[in-house]
Design a protein around this ligand. Structure first.
Ligand SMILES: *Cc1c(COP(=O)(O)O)cnc(C)c1O
Length: 369
Protein backbone atom coordinates (compact mmCIF):
# COMPACT_ATOMS: atom_id res chain seq x y z
CA UNK A 1 0.00 0.00 0.00
CA UNK A 2 1.39 3.44 -0.87
CA UNK A 3 1.31 6.27 1.62
CA UNK A 4 1.87 3.96 4.57
CA UNK A 5 3.15 5.47 7.78
CA UNK A 6 6.74 4.82 8.84
CA UNK A 7 5.26 3.73 12.14
CA UNK A 8 3.70 0.30 12.12
CA UNK A 9 2.04 -1.74 14.82
CA UNK A 10 1.99 -5.47 14.27
CA UNK A 11 -0.41 -7.62 16.23
CA UNK A 12 0.05 -11.38 16.28
CA UNK A 13 -3.24 -13.27 16.12
CA UNK A 14 -1.50 -16.48 17.09
CA UNK A 15 -0.20 -14.81 20.28
CA UNK A 16 -3.75 -13.66 21.09
CA UNK A 17 -5.07 -17.18 20.54
CA UNK A 18 -2.23 -18.67 22.58
CA UNK A 19 -3.02 -16.40 25.52
CA UNK A 20 -6.73 -17.16 25.33
CA UNK A 21 -6.11 -20.91 25.34
CA UNK A 22 -3.57 -20.67 28.13
CA UNK A 23 -5.97 -18.79 30.41
CA UNK A 24 -8.85 -21.08 29.49
CA UNK A 25 -6.77 -24.08 30.46
CA UNK A 26 -6.08 -22.54 33.85
CA UNK A 27 -9.66 -21.63 34.74
CA UNK A 28 -11.12 -24.94 33.59
CA UNK A 29 -13.84 -25.95 31.19
CA UNK A 30 -16.81 -24.87 33.33
CA UNK A 31 -15.73 -21.26 33.73
CA UNK A 32 -16.53 -18.79 30.94
CA UNK A 33 -13.65 -16.59 29.79
CA UNK A 34 -14.87 -13.14 28.76
CA UNK A 35 -12.42 -11.19 26.64
CA UNK A 36 -12.21 -7.51 27.53
CA UNK A 37 -11.85 -5.72 24.20
CA UNK A 38 -12.48 -2.18 25.39
CA UNK A 39 -10.15 0.62 24.28
CA UNK A 40 -9.87 -1.07 20.88
CA UNK A 41 -8.69 -4.23 22.60
CA UNK A 42 -6.04 -2.37 24.61
CA UNK A 43 -4.73 -0.94 21.36
CA UNK A 44 -4.69 -4.25 19.44
CA UNK A 45 -7.78 -3.53 17.33
CA UNK A 46 -11.16 -4.59 18.68
CA UNK A 47 -12.57 -6.40 15.67
CA UNK A 48 -9.40 -8.29 14.78
CA UNK A 49 -8.68 -9.24 18.38
CA UNK A 50 -12.27 -10.41 18.88
CA UNK A 51 -12.01 -12.63 15.80
CA UNK A 52 -8.76 -14.16 17.09
CA UNK A 53 -10.32 -14.85 20.51
CA UNK A 54 -13.42 -16.31 18.81
CA UNK A 55 -11.20 -18.67 16.87
CA UNK A 56 -9.73 -19.79 20.18
CA UNK A 57 -13.20 -20.47 21.54
CA UNK A 58 -14.32 -17.19 23.10
CA UNK A 59 -18.02 -16.40 23.19
CA UNK A 60 -18.16 -13.54 25.70
CA UNK A 61 -16.83 -10.06 25.05
CA UNK A 62 -16.70 -6.92 27.15
CA UNK A 63 -16.62 -3.30 26.03
CA UNK A 64 -16.87 -0.01 27.90
CA UNK A 65 -19.46 1.96 25.94
CA UNK A 66 -22.50 1.04 23.89
CA UNK A 67 -21.00 2.46 20.67
CA UNK A 68 -18.16 -0.05 20.92
CA UNK A 69 -20.71 -2.80 21.38
CA UNK A 70 -22.56 -1.75 18.23
CA UNK A 71 -19.28 -1.65 16.29
CA UNK A 72 -18.33 -5.11 17.50
CA UNK A 73 -21.75 -6.53 16.63
CA UNK A 74 -21.60 -4.95 13.16
CA UNK A 75 -18.20 -6.58 12.60
CA UNK A 76 -19.93 -9.95 12.64
CA UNK A 77 -19.38 -11.15 16.20
CA UNK A 78 -22.41 -13.23 17.16
CA UNK A 79 -21.50 -13.99 20.78
CA UNK A 80 -22.46 -12.18 23.97
CA UNK A 81 -21.33 -8.57 24.19
CA UNK A 82 -21.39 -6.93 27.63
CA UNK A 83 -21.42 -3.14 27.95
CA UNK A 84 -19.81 -2.19 31.25
CA UNK A 85 -20.06 1.58 31.67
CA UNK A 86 -23.80 2.14 31.45
CA UNK A 87 -25.57 4.35 28.91
CA UNK A 88 -27.61 7.49 28.33
CA UNK A 89 -31.32 6.79 28.07
CA UNK A 90 -31.56 7.78 24.42
CA UNK A 91 -29.26 4.81 23.65
CA UNK A 92 -31.51 2.22 25.29
CA UNK A 93 -32.94 0.97 21.94
CA UNK A 94 -29.39 0.06 20.80
CA UNK A 95 -29.22 -2.73 23.40
CA UNK A 96 -32.27 -4.37 21.84
CA UNK A 97 -31.43 -3.68 18.24
CA UNK A 98 -27.89 -5.10 18.56
CA UNK A 99 -28.51 -7.66 21.26
CA UNK A 100 -26.08 -6.22 23.84
CA UNK A 101 -26.02 -7.09 27.54
CA UNK A 102 -26.16 -4.02 29.79
CA UNK A 103 -24.23 -4.06 33.04
CA UNK A 104 -26.22 -1.75 35.31
CA UNK A 105 -25.61 -0.03 38.64
CA UNK A 106 -28.69 2.11 39.23
CA UNK A 107 -32.45 1.65 39.17
CA UNK A 108 -33.03 4.41 36.60
CA UNK A 109 -31.19 2.33 33.97
CA UNK A 110 -33.29 -0.69 34.88
CA UNK A 111 -36.49 1.32 34.55
CA UNK A 112 -35.48 2.67 31.14
CA UNK A 113 -34.64 -0.84 29.89
CA UNK A 114 -37.90 -2.19 31.31
CA UNK A 115 -40.01 0.43 29.50
CA UNK A 116 -38.29 -0.34 26.20
CA UNK A 117 -38.57 -4.11 26.70
CA UNK A 118 -42.31 -3.85 27.35
CA UNK A 119 -42.71 -1.65 24.29
CA UNK A 120 -40.94 -4.31 22.21
CA UNK A 121 -42.74 -7.15 23.91
CA UNK A 122 -39.49 -8.85 24.93
CA UNK A 123 -37.32 -9.54 27.96
CA UNK A 124 -33.83 -8.15 28.39
CA UNK A 125 -31.16 -9.82 30.55
CA UNK A 126 -28.92 -7.59 32.61
CA UNK A 127 -25.94 -8.02 34.87
CA UNK A 128 -25.69 -5.94 38.04
CA UNK A 129 -22.42 -4.33 39.07
CA UNK A 130 -21.68 -4.31 42.78
CA UNK A 131 -18.95 -2.33 44.51
CA UNK A 132 -17.31 -4.63 47.05
CA UNK A 133 -14.26 -2.46 47.69
CA UNK A 134 -12.99 -0.96 44.44
CA UNK A 135 -14.82 2.33 45.04
CA UNK A 136 -15.52 2.79 41.39
CA UNK A 137 -18.64 1.94 39.39
CA UNK A 138 -21.23 -0.23 41.13
CA UNK A 139 -23.99 -0.42 43.71
CA UNK A 140 -22.85 -0.28 47.29
CA UNK A 141 -23.28 -3.68 48.93
CA UNK A 142 -25.69 -2.41 51.59
CA UNK A 143 -28.11 -1.14 48.92
CA UNK A 144 -28.13 -4.35 46.88
CA UNK A 145 -31.09 -6.10 48.52
CA UNK A 146 -33.40 -3.12 48.00
CA UNK A 147 -32.17 -2.81 44.43
CA UNK A 148 -32.86 -6.46 43.65
CA UNK A 149 -36.36 -6.25 45.17
CA UNK A 150 -37.16 -3.20 43.10
CA UNK A 151 -35.73 -4.76 39.96
CA UNK A 152 -37.97 -7.77 40.48
CA UNK A 153 -41.08 -5.55 40.26
CA UNK A 154 -40.11 -4.26 36.81
CA UNK A 155 -41.57 -6.06 33.78
CA UNK A 156 -39.45 -7.14 30.81
CA UNK A 157 -36.12 -7.25 32.62
CA UNK A 158 -34.29 -10.19 34.11
CA UNK A 159 -31.27 -10.13 36.37
CA UNK A 160 -29.03 -12.76 34.82
CA UNK A 161 -25.72 -12.05 36.49
CA UNK A 162 -23.76 -10.13 39.05
CA UNK A 163 -20.32 -8.56 38.72
CA UNK A 164 -17.75 -6.89 40.91
CA UNK A 165 -14.17 -5.79 40.33
CA UNK A 166 -10.87 -6.19 42.22
CA UNK A 167 -8.61 -3.17 42.86
CA UNK A 168 -5.59 -5.15 44.09
CA UNK A 169 -5.62 -8.55 42.42
CA UNK A 170 -2.24 -7.76 40.84
CA UNK A 171 -0.75 -7.81 44.36
CA UNK A 172 -0.50 -11.51 45.12
CA UNK A 173 0.60 -10.92 48.71
CA UNK A 174 -2.27 -8.60 49.57
CA UNK A 175 -5.15 -10.08 51.62
CA UNK A 176 -7.58 -7.56 50.12
CA UNK A 177 -8.72 -9.67 47.16
CA UNK A 178 -9.65 -12.65 49.33
CA UNK A 179 -11.45 -10.36 51.78
CA UNK A 180 -13.40 -8.67 49.00
CA UNK A 181 -14.21 -12.03 47.45
CA UNK A 182 -15.66 -13.25 50.74
CA UNK A 183 -18.14 -10.36 50.55
CA UNK A 184 -18.95 -10.95 46.88
CA UNK A 185 -19.42 -14.70 47.31
CA UNK A 186 -22.39 -14.40 49.64
CA UNK A 187 -24.27 -11.82 47.54
CA UNK A 188 -27.27 -12.60 45.35
CA UNK A 189 -29.24 -15.78 44.84
CA UNK A 190 -28.51 -19.08 43.16
CA UNK A 191 -28.69 -19.26 39.40
CA UNK A 192 -26.94 -15.95 38.82
CA UNK A 193 -23.85 -15.85 36.61
CA UNK A 194 -21.27 -14.34 38.93
CA UNK A 195 -18.02 -12.79 37.80
CA UNK A 196 -15.38 -10.67 39.45
CA UNK A 197 -11.90 -11.93 38.49
CA UNK A 198 -9.77 -9.82 36.16
CA UNK A 199 -6.33 -10.99 34.94
CA UNK A 200 -4.90 -10.66 38.45
CA UNK A 201 -7.77 -12.69 39.88
CA UNK A 202 -7.33 -15.44 37.28
CA UNK A 203 -3.56 -15.69 37.70
CA UNK A 204 -3.06 -15.06 41.42
CA UNK A 205 -6.41 -15.80 43.07
CA UNK A 206 -7.85 -18.69 41.03
CA UNK A 207 -10.39 -19.43 43.75
CA UNK A 208 -12.19 -16.21 42.72
CA UNK A 209 -13.04 -17.40 39.19
CA UNK A 210 -16.77 -18.16 39.89
CA UNK A 211 -18.91 -18.74 36.75
CA UNK A 212 -17.06 -16.35 34.48
CA UNK A 213 -13.84 -14.30 34.48
CA UNK A 214 -13.02 -11.09 32.61
CA UNK A 215 -9.52 -11.02 31.22
CA UNK A 216 -7.88 -8.02 29.66
CA UNK A 217 -4.14 -7.51 29.95
CA UNK A 218 -3.26 -11.22 30.18
CA UNK A 219 -4.96 -11.88 26.84
CA UNK A 220 -2.63 -9.34 25.28
CA UNK A 221 0.38 -11.13 26.75
CA UNK A 222 1.22 -9.11 29.84
CA UNK A 223 1.10 -9.83 33.55
CA UNK A 224 -0.86 -7.39 35.71
CA UNK A 225 2.14 -7.03 38.01
CA UNK A 226 4.52 -6.57 35.09
CA UNK A 227 7.98 -8.12 35.13
CA UNK A 228 7.36 -9.68 38.55
CA UNK A 229 4.65 -11.77 36.92
CA UNK A 230 7.05 -12.95 34.22
CA UNK A 231 9.68 -13.80 36.80
CA UNK A 232 7.33 -15.82 39.00
CA UNK A 233 5.59 -17.69 36.19
CA UNK A 234 6.00 -21.43 36.66
CA UNK A 235 3.80 -22.46 33.77
CA UNK A 236 4.00 -21.58 30.10
CA UNK A 237 4.47 -17.81 29.56
CA UNK A 238 1.89 -15.45 28.15
CA UNK A 239 3.01 -14.07 24.80
CA UNK A 240 2.97 -10.30 24.09
CA UNK A 241 0.98 -9.77 20.89
CA UNK A 242 2.04 -6.26 19.90
CA UNK A 243 5.16 -4.96 18.20
CA UNK A 244 5.92 -1.37 17.24
CA UNK A 245 8.45 -0.68 14.49
CA UNK A 246 9.63 2.37 12.64
CA UNK A 247 12.72 3.36 10.64
CA UNK A 248 15.57 5.84 10.69
CA UNK A 249 14.91 9.10 8.80
CA UNK A 250 18.35 10.71 9.01
CA UNK A 251 21.71 10.16 10.70
CA UNK A 252 24.08 12.98 11.58
CA UNK A 253 27.36 13.45 13.40
CA UNK A 254 27.55 16.37 15.80
CA UNK A 255 30.42 17.66 17.98
CA UNK A 256 30.51 17.71 21.79
CA UNK A 257 28.53 20.42 23.61
CA UNK A 258 25.64 20.54 21.15
CA UNK A 259 22.07 20.84 22.42
CA UNK A 260 19.57 18.27 21.13
CA UNK A 261 15.85 18.93 20.50
CA UNK A 262 13.52 21.49 22.11
CA UNK A 263 14.89 23.15 25.23
CA UNK A 264 18.30 21.55 24.70
CA UNK A 265 17.65 19.30 27.71
CA UNK A 266 20.42 17.04 26.34
CA UNK A 267 23.89 18.38 25.59
CA UNK A 268 26.28 16.00 23.85
CA UNK A 269 29.30 15.10 25.97
CA UNK A 270 31.43 13.89 23.08
CA UNK A 271 31.20 13.84 19.32
CA UNK A 272 28.01 11.87 18.69
CA UNK A 273 26.11 10.07 15.98
CA UNK A 274 22.44 10.87 16.20
CA UNK A 275 19.59 9.10 14.41
CA UNK A 276 16.37 11.02 13.82
CA UNK A 277 13.22 8.88 14.03
CA UNK A 278 9.75 9.74 12.67
CA UNK A 279 7.99 8.96 15.93
CA UNK A 280 6.82 11.33 18.64
CA UNK A 281 4.19 11.79 21.30
CA UNK A 282 1.53 12.03 18.61
CA UNK A 283 2.37 8.39 17.85
CA UNK A 284 2.02 7.42 21.49
CA UNK A 285 5.72 7.74 22.36
CA UNK A 286 5.07 9.62 25.58
CA UNK A 287 7.02 12.81 26.24
CA UNK A 288 7.76 11.27 29.63
CA UNK A 289 10.26 9.05 27.77
CA UNK A 290 12.40 12.10 26.87
CA UNK A 291 16.04 11.47 27.83
CA UNK A 292 14.92 8.09 29.26
CA UNK A 293 13.55 5.62 26.76
CA UNK A 294 15.48 3.26 24.50
CA UNK A 295 14.89 1.69 21.10
CA UNK A 296 16.55 -1.16 19.20
CA UNK A 297 18.60 -0.55 16.06
CA UNK A 298 20.73 -3.33 14.53
CA UNK A 299 19.71 -5.36 17.59
CA UNK A 300 21.38 -2.87 19.95
CA UNK A 301 20.03 -0.34 22.43
CA UNK A 302 19.90 3.34 21.42
CA UNK A 303 18.92 5.89 24.05
CA UNK A 304 16.45 8.70 23.39
CA UNK A 305 18.26 12.05 23.48
CA UNK A 306 16.48 15.24 24.52
CA UNK A 307 12.77 15.93 24.38
CA UNK A 308 10.45 13.83 22.30
CA UNK A 309 8.71 16.09 19.76
CA UNK A 310 5.25 15.68 18.26
CA UNK A 311 6.38 13.57 15.29
CA UNK A 312 10.09 13.13 15.82
CA UNK A 313 12.69 12.06 18.31
CA UNK A 314 16.44 11.60 18.36
CA UNK A 315 18.43 8.59 19.56
CA UNK A 316 22.12 8.03 20.21
CA UNK A 317 23.73 5.64 17.72
CA UNK A 318 27.34 6.63 18.45
CA UNK A 319 28.12 3.05 19.48
CA UNK A 320 26.10 1.29 16.81
CA UNK A 321 28.02 0.85 13.59
CA UNK A 322 26.83 1.93 10.15
CA UNK A 323 23.34 3.10 11.01
CA UNK A 324 21.75 4.77 7.99
CA UNK A 325 18.43 6.21 6.87
CA UNK A 326 15.86 3.49 6.28
CA UNK A 327 17.25 1.09 8.87
CA UNK A 328 14.53 -0.63 10.89
CA UNK A 329 13.93 0.52 14.45
CA UNK A 330 12.02 -1.42 17.09
CA UNK A 331 10.25 0.60 19.76
CA UNK A 332 8.35 -2.35 21.25
CA UNK A 333 9.34 -5.93 20.54
CA UNK A 334 12.45 -7.89 19.61
CA UNK A 335 15.40 -7.23 17.35
CA UNK A 336 18.48 -9.48 17.32
CA UNK A 337 18.77 -11.03 20.75
CA UNK A 338 17.22 -8.14 22.65
CA UNK A 339 13.63 -7.29 23.51
CA UNK A 340 11.99 -4.14 24.76
CA UNK A 341 8.74 -5.06 26.47
CA UNK A 342 5.73 -2.97 27.37
CA UNK A 343 6.67 -3.46 31.00
CA UNK A 344 10.12 -1.99 30.46
CA UNK A 345 8.70 1.04 28.65
CA UNK A 346 6.08 1.41 31.38
CA UNK A 347 8.88 1.42 33.95
CA UNK A 348 10.58 4.35 32.19
CA UNK A 349 7.24 6.17 32.09
CA UNK A 350 6.27 5.38 35.67
CA UNK A 351 3.17 3.69 34.29
CA UNK A 352 1.84 0.22 33.44
CA UNK A 353 1.90 -1.90 30.28
CA UNK A 354 -1.84 -1.21 29.80
CA UNK A 355 -1.13 2.47 29.05
CA UNK A 356 1.81 1.72 26.76
CA UNK A 357 -0.28 -0.70 24.66
CA UNK A 358 -3.18 1.76 24.37
CA UNK A 359 -0.86 4.64 23.45
CA UNK A 360 1.07 2.75 20.77
CA UNK A 361 -1.80 0.69 19.39
CA UNK A 362 -4.39 3.41 19.22
CA UNK A 363 -2.16 6.05 17.63
CA UNK A 364 -0.61 4.12 14.75
CA UNK A 365 -1.43 2.07 11.69
CA UNK A 366 -2.02 -1.53 12.70
CA UNK A 367 -1.65 -4.83 10.96
CA UNK A 368 -3.05 -7.96 12.49
CA UNK A 369 -1.09 -10.93 11.20
C1 LIG B 1 -10.76 -3.66 32.06
C2 LIG B 1 -11.58 -4.50 32.93
C3 LIG B 1 -11.22 -5.83 33.21
C4 LIG B 1 -9.92 -6.46 32.76
O1 LIG B 1 -8.88 -6.08 33.61
P1 LIG B 1 -7.39 -6.66 33.37
O2 LIG B 1 -6.63 -6.23 34.54
O3 LIG B 1 -6.91 -6.02 32.11
O4 LIG B 1 -7.52 -8.12 33.22
C5 LIG B 1 -12.12 -6.59 33.95
N1 LIG B 1 -13.28 -6.08 34.40
C6 LIG B 1 -13.64 -4.80 34.16
C7 LIG B 1 -14.93 -4.29 34.69
C8 LIG B 1 -12.81 -3.97 33.44
O5 LIG B 1 -13.15 -2.70 33.21
Amino acid sequence: MSGESFNQIRVSKSALRHNYRLLKKRIGAEVRLLAMVKADAYGHGMEEAAIAFSQAGCSDFGVAEVGEGVRLRNSGIQSNIFVFLGFVHSDVPLFFKHDLVPVIYNIESAQALSVEAVKRNTIISVHVKVDCGMTRLGLMVDTLDDFISELATLPGIKMEGMASHFPKADERESPHTSEQFRVFKRLGTGGLIKHTANSGGILYFPETCCDMVRAGIALYGYYPDGLTGVEFEKDELLRPAMEFNTQVLQVKTVPANVGVSYGHTCITKTESRIAVLPVGYEDGLSRRLSNKGEVLIHGKRAKILGRICMNLCMVDVTNIKKVKAGDPVTILGSQGNDTISGDEIAGWMDSISYEVLCLFGNNNERKCI
